[in-house]
Design a protein. Structure first.
Ligand SMILES: Nc1nc2c(ncn2[C@@H]2O[C@H](COP(=O)(O)OP(=O)(O)OP(=O)(O)O)[C@@H](O)[C@H]2O)c(=O)[nH]1
Ligand SMILES: [Mg+2]
Ligand SMILES: [Zn+2]
Lengths: 119, 231
């Protein structure tokens, strides 16, 4: 269970970006997680809700977008995407596949409230 | 947000496209670690496995066989206790213990601190024994050159299929405790097939730290890597 460590570094990144925009409040945090990232989405959410207290993300909602696993088939040479960690080519059924792009753990986007510029 | 009623007057909403890996700081620290190892001409190996697969016993055996020709150091990661570090220390090589407390893995920052406290100047080879855990350590690259995953015959051959993340960046899988194979239903071919589906380039050594089966193959693997690093 290393979701707490993940959320700790996530919080640091959020604080940095919020400070850069002078934002007091972050309202939405969008993460993209691949099936090989090695994190459990609901544990990530629990960890996030525990950590966000008294931070700039106190009221933020964490949105986790699962990204598919990309498989390169070494037999039919097709690239396809699957949602499960199932290393089988959906095109030809071959097990001779290589996974790529599966371990994304990416802070995609932040929504925040920023002060109005000088009127 | 308005301080008085919480309405959003006086502020605007902004969407920032960040597109930054959550592990970015670990990744750059790992790069720094790699640079430190490079400057000292040290080969770094990260040993990972479930608790009790035989990491420390393998290290004890390896040190005994290598110490005449290579200068070896060990960094131990453990949740609690210095026991593994004590075992290694009694072989006479330098060892540093990272006690991680509640943390189920080593990360590049912990290794970085340890590297600064370690006598690196005379070293050829640095082993990092990660926390016994087949899940979490795989997420954190450390900056070592090679990732070695031990899978013991007593754990079951289904582990690569069940814990794919552990094998995704592995360079070598050691099937450990081969002496116990006859007492188990472990199907090595199946474990290897499943692991190579996740990591096609994975090398495999069957080894027993009791009977020394496969030990010379492992030592050759290390020598080969040290030679490659020296170029
Ligand atoms: N029969 C047999 N037993 C082994 C072998 N390797 C290790 N063991 C035993 O397995 C137990 C665990 O070995 P360790 O080397 O402590 O395992 P570890 O991976 O370092 O364990 P943690 O650090 O706690 O994760 C010990 O009782 C070892 O003596 C082996 O090749 N054959
Ligand atoms: Mg150990
Ligand atoms: Zn195919």
């Amino acid at each position: 269970m290393h979701e707490f460590s993940i959320v700790q570094s996530l919080m640091n990144t959020i604080e940095e970006h919020a400070a850069r925009q002078d934002a007091q409040t972050v309202t939405r945090v969008v993460l993209r997680v691949g099936p090989l990232a090695g994190v459990v989405p609901h544990l990530l959410k629990t960890a996030f809700d525990t950590f966000k207290d008294r931070t700039v993300a106190e009221i933020a909602e964490l949105v986790i977008e699962m990204s598919p696993l990309e498989l390169n088939c070494r037999d039919c040479l097709q690239t396809s995407a699957t949602d499960t960690v199932r290393f089988k080519c959906p095109e030809c059924g071959s097990l001779n596949v290589e996974a790529c792009e599966g371990d994304a753990l990416m802070l995609e986007r932040l929504e925040m409230e920023v002060p109005d510029g000088p009127a | 947000m308005c301080q008085d009623c919480g309405c959003s007057a006086g502020s605007g909403r902004k969407i920032v496209e960040v597109q930054e890996s959550v592990l970015a700081s670990n990744t750059s620290k790992a790069r720094a670690n790699r640079e430190i190892l490079k400057q000292h001409g040290i080969l770094g190996m990260n040993l990972m496995s479930s608790p009790g697969s035989g990491k420390t016993l393998l290290l004890e055996k390896t040190i005994a066989r290598l110490r005449d020709r290579l200068s070896v150091g060990v960094i131990e990661g453990d949740l609690e206790t210095e026991r593994d570090a004590e075992r290694i220390r009694s072989t006479g090589v330098p060892v540093y213990q990272i006690v991680t407390g509640q943390t189920c893995h080593l990360d590049a920052f912990m290794l970085h601190d340890a590297l600064h406290r370690f006598p690196l100047d005379t070293l050829d080879l640095l082993f990092v024994e990660n926390v016994g855990n087949l899940v979490c350590p795989a997420t954190y690259e450390l900056g070592t050159h090679l990732n070695v995953v031990l899978l013991s015959t007593t754990e079951g051959d289904d582990k690569p299929a069940k814990y794919p993340v552990a094998f995704k960046n592995a360079d070598l899988m050691i099937l450990s405790k081969m002496d116990l194979l006859p007492q188990t239903d472990f199907d090595a071919a199946r474990a290897i097939r499943d692991a190579r589906i996740i990591r096609p380039s994975l090398e495999v050594i069957r080894l027993s730290a009791r009977s020394d089966e496969g030990l010379s193959e492992w030592l050759d693997y290390i020598d080969g890597a040290v030679q490659r690093l020296r170029g």
